[in-house]
Design a protein around this ligand. Sequence first.
Ligand SMILES: [Zn+2]
Ligand SMILES: [Zn+2]
Length: 421
Amino acid sequence: MFKTPRGTQDILPQDQPAWQHIENTILTLCHRYGFERISTPVFEDTGLFTRTVGEETDIVQKEMYTFKDRGDSEITLRPEGTAPVCRAYIQHGMHNRPQPVKLYYFATIYRYERPQTGRFREHHQFGAEAIGDKDPSLDAEIIHMAWKIFNNLGLKDLTTQLNTIGCPKCRPVYLENLKDFYSSRIHEMCGDCRVRHQRNPLRLLDCKNPVCQSAADSSPRSYDYLCPECGQHFEKLKTYLRILEIPFLLNHRLVRGLDYYTRTVFEVQPEDVGGQSTIGGGGRYDNLIGELGGPPTPAVGFATGLERIMLNMEKQHLLPKSNGGIDIFIAPLDEQAREKGIGLLNILRQEGFSAMMAAGEKSLKAQLRQAGAFSARYVIIIGEEEIKKNSVILKDMATGEQETIPANSLVNSISKRLKGS
Ligand SMILES: [Zn+2]
Ligand SMILES: [Zn+2]
């Protein structure tokens, strides 16, 4: 028998209310913060990601779903959401619109990783990007929106970790100091880190290996090496975050896994897992659009995995169990009653109620059981007697009370009960 491929999952009807709740919470906030939705293809030219994410990153080296299609084009299933949005920004000339252009997306993301709790090969991501202005108030707004999303979902005990990794002007000096610092220690560190020391010293800081971590604790900190512009940007951002009352911790080891970040980087982390499991993060990427061949365009954004949110909400018992069920379930006791029921069903749906009718020949008991499975609030029972009198039996599933009412006042009667009118 076929099953979902490793690292993927079906989202079943009983899980949908939780997904919908999360999506609705996010949609409400996007609207409040003035972001507009964008959707991009599931796959892109491979070069889009190798160019932006960075050749030396785990994503490009080990995790991308890359293949040649039948026309010999190099295709990659999107392993992250920002580069496609930037590609769209350039392709559709969005730099001609008033800046910043504020976009958000819901997208499936593909990475060939070892599946584990909260980590999938196909996962669902939400992201928001504010493109076209270098104002630090946009960094603050992005962090604020991320914070609000998790707060409005009811998540507690979160911390926002903040760092700045400077710009092409000041970062080289920092990287020199970082390399010097590690030179005397690198022989004790892991193999990956020895490669990073040569090619990508910034990534030495977020190695998960305990030996490497203790070295990183006492390493030089990027925010001590900022040029005046980066320094000012960082100070402004911290001021805005204080005004917005977002508690943040400076973390000089936070660098994020992608090469395109400049200045601000941040992550929101649940407190109890010791920084191992971020539920969202992002930062500024002022050079990405330029690198893709667009006009120099500063930008800042963040992304969060919906499965990761779900996992944290589950731990904190925050997931809604049901979508409220249906309004009315019709239980006909014979064929004549079914004909009557089909007509009623149509009328009730036209009036805006959610309604369904039992299918097949079932006993009343079985039909009531089915109504219960759909969390119906009322059941309409139609039998021989009711056909004769042109009436129906209306059963309140919460109280168990039932009442015979004339068929032609059914809509009124149900409206009164369900809408209070
Ligand atoms: Zn700088
Ligand atoms: Zn290491």
